[in-house]
Design a protein around this ligand. Sequence first.
Ligand code: GLN
Length: 515
Amino acid sequence: MQQRETVIVLDFGGQYNQLIARRVRECNVYCEIYSYKTDLQVIKEKNPKGIIFTGGPNSVYLENAAACDPEIYTWGVPVLGICYGSQLMMHQLGGKVERAPEREYGKTLVHVNPESKLFQGVNKDTICWMSHNDYISQAAPGFAISAYTDNCPVAAVENAEKGLYAVQFHPEVLHTQEGTKMLHNFVYNVCGCIGDWRMDSFVETTIQALRNKIGDGKVLCALSGGVDSSVAAVMLSKAVGKQLTCVFVDHGLLRKNEAEEVCQVFGPEGNYELNFVCVNARQRFYDKLAGVTEPEKKRKIIGEEFIRVFEEEAKKIGAVDYLVQGTIYPDVVESGVGGESTVIKSHHNVGGLPDYVDFKEIVEPLRDLFKDEVRQAGRELGIPEYLVSRQPFPGPGLAIRIIGDVTPEKIAMVQDADAIWREEIAKAGLDKQVNQYYAALTNMRSVGVMGDERTYDYAIALRAVTTTDFMTAESAEIPWSVLGTVTSRIVNEVKHVNRVLYDCTGKPPATIEFE
Ligand code: GLN
């Protein structure tokens, strides 16, 4: 791969590390995350145009606080320290950091010096997001103070000559009203980036690189119908066409008509050249799930069965050279490869790697991309919008939106109720404001009356949340009229449902999914 213009985020364990990288990429500059423990030599080899230090939970003045090699300040590449990163820079360069008399948390009015390269075009008084207990009580020698707040005499400092900048607030968080402008200023005005990170060129160069790598090798891809695996599959099909086989396991737990849609787009009638195999494994999954009520057990059964079905299909195809995985950048960071994340999870689209598939190497064409970039790449590739903008959908599918045991009848109920809910949300024009919405079957039955007859039927729960990062979420305020229409449609159109409930709980304390 040719050298891409890169900015590096050095991760000190902050909450918003991925957000910083996303914001930088929104400025058309490629950005990667590395742990603060990464050897400076490794960082140097990446030849970055600039480095950004994240926030972090420690206090810089404590023993064993996260720190980096101070040579980073003299090696000639601009550095922007954010929050903990700003405190660390001051601490290492001879300034003073201590417990603040008054902690700052939340939206805070900051007075900036618009003469600073970092604050070019930024309002003199601007709202920024603060979250700190410590503060810089004294800037390091050679640094000029470029912003302050009522409680914080040093909200930003800089040594412009050396290209060192530090801000106590979080420009990456959207509550910082002009944060993106500041990051833009850093990468363009300070680091001198030209901004060559664009999805159209990414798609083009990746397809070419895949072609070179794969040659006339055979490739196998598990297609789930989700955004990531669809985009990966199309990329591979553009690169090597019929050398690719895509296996779609229909486990019968997808949303209404979704399996049919996937087959239409990727099957022989669709626009793509690939060998598409659809396996109808619905009954197999229903049999395995019969009588199982425990959420974790359901998940496990589905993950394992998925792999078994996939393996059986792969055996029919025989040995392949490459197996495609739809891994994306947050998976890479969260699995501990990049970044300083403490959660170590193994991430695979299909819940694990098949043991018995005969392949030499894994290809992960989306490994460098954030979700919004995957969607953008999908658009560049001409994948239909309804596929590209699909909501997040759990691997175990509707099985975890049905509380208790799963039966084909219950699946049909949830599918129908969910389809009505989604249709009405779209009709009301709410689909762009609400980030995720679906219907679940509560497994609770209660008494009702319909046509003068007593009923004893199920309750459907409607869920709709707004969120920016899916880590936290709020229950969406849906107009009563919309809820009314959906309720009467569901009880009228979906058999064995006589009650509709709306979930008002946020995350935390609830999760977005029910199980
Ligand atoms: N732990 C440091 C403080 O409390 C830094 C916090 C942060 O980076 N958000 O000031």
